[in-house]
Ligand binder design. Structure first.
Ligand SMILES: NC(=O)c1ccc[n+]([C@@H]2O[C@H](COP(=O)([O-])OP(=O)(O)OC[C@H]3O[C@@H](n4cnc5c(N)ncnc54)[C@H](OP(=O)(O)O)[C@@H]3O)[C@@H](O)[C@H]2O)c1
Length: 348
């Protein structure tokens, strides 16, 4: 079986470390492996399949001979290095927002629009984590009844802001329990003019504010959903909120469909959908929760019920591990699809 020269740029981060563990778990055909980060982590040792690898500082020569490169080192780093990696012959699967809305770049969730991989030109974008989790749950409903409008509110875990954010929440909880002053850091984002504590708090502000009072995270959910679902007219509105949960994003999703779908029909559709696990038994208190979803692959859906305020409406509660399906796992599923369908080579 052919094995592929693989690189992970951002290998020391939350997403990069998860990519390494999923590559090992799924027995991905890794040949040579190059682990890249900034100069801060150069020389650090990481173990992959029992073998120690030394992290290197990413540079213009890092991608010689690389066939598949997973990028998760931030948008600016992707902008700089993705064209260099593609020029060197690699296919880049990028976890950042750098290329997601570029019309030349497919934005892919394999359960929804894998066929878009056929027209890639070297860079493939992995969507925003909250968007991936939502579209995996909504695609079966869209295929069956046509989604007209989505209203989503998110409850996003701190690890969505990177490995350091987990430590920040732990420090703040410890400080609070020991009656020390809780020093805010990193939230809503590291360089914000005002920082707020995340422990025992909710912050309705993820990424910077943009057009019409929406944050960039909210615009990502709107625009990326339309691109992935191939429906520019789909009405989408989002409110994104950071919550003091370590890992796993949750979302309250309201959809209006063109055709009426009962709660029972939606439950049945979702039960057979790829990548989805239905956890919906209110009588026995069964519904998805982030503590249960952490470290798992599927998107969990529960609280499926009709929205009684409109003719064709449904309410869903959706939970998914945003570092796995929302980032690392989705990227690796893309790479697996490329291999399986002989799409690693691009037309000359
Ligand atoms: N966390 C999530 O749930 C999630 C989900 C979806 C997408 N993403 C996206 O994935 C990317 C990474 O997120 P993360 O949560 O893994 O962040 P993170 O934990 O902060 O890790 C960042 C990684 O990027 C590396 N890096 C930073 N600056 C660099 C530079 N100038 N050159 C080379 N490497 C550099 C870091 O290396 P050092 O160790 O050297 O600093 C580290 O390996 C972001 O664009 C994020 O938006 C994250």
């Amino acid at each position: 079986m052919k094995r592929y020269q693989t690189a992970v740029l951002g290998a020391t981060g939350a997403v990069g470390e998860e990519i390494l563990s999923i590559l090992a778990e799924r027995d991905f055909p890794v040949g040579g492996l190059k682990l890249l980060a900034s100069g801060r982590s150069a020389g650090k040792k990481l173990v992959f399949r029992g073998r120690e690898y030394t992290v290197e500082e990413a540079g213009p020569d890092s991608f010689k001979g690389v066939e598949i490169a997973f990028f998760s080192a931030g948008g600016g780093v992707s902008q700089e290095f993705a064209p260099i990696a593609v020029e060197a012959g690699a296919v880049v699967i990028d976890n950042t927002s750098a290329f997601r809305m570029d019309p030349r770049v497919p934005l892919v969730v394999p359960e929804v629009n894998a066929s878009d991989l056929e027209w890639h030109q070297g860079i493939i974008a992995n969507p925003n984590c909250s968007t991936i989790i939502m579209v995996v749950a909504l695609n079966p409903i869209h295929q069956a009844a046509g989604i007209k409008r989505i209203v989503v509110s998110t409850y996003q875990a701190v690890s969505g802001a990177g490995a350091r954010a987990i430590e920040a929440l732990k420090d703040q909880v410890r400080a609070y329990a020991e009656s020390r002053v809780v020093e805010p850091s990193l939230f809503p984002y590291a360089r914000a003019a005002r920082l707020y504590p995340i422990a025992f708090n909710l912050i309705p502000h993820i990424d910077i504010f943009g057009e019409a009072g929406y944050t960039k995270e909210e615009w990502k959910m709107v625009n990326e959903t339309r691109k992935i679902m191939h429906d520019a007219s789909m009405a989408v509105t989002a409110t994104t909120v950071r919550v003091p949960v370590f890992r796993c994003h949750s979302e309250s999703v309201n959809v209006e469909t063109h055709r009426k779908l009962s709660a029972a029909e939606a439950r049945e559709l979702l039960s057979g959908a790829p990548g989805v696990v239905v956890q919906d038994d209110p009588e026995h208190q069964v519904y998805p929760m982030p503590l249960d979803g952490s470290g798992k692959d599927p998107v969990f859906v529960g609280r499926i019920r009709e929205d009684l305020s409109i003719a064709n409406g449904l309410n869903l509660w959706v939970v998914g591990d945003q570092i796995r399906k929302g980032a690392a796992l989705n990227a690796i599923q893309i790479a697996e699809y490329l291999i399986e369908h002989h799409l690693l080579q691009r037309p000359a």
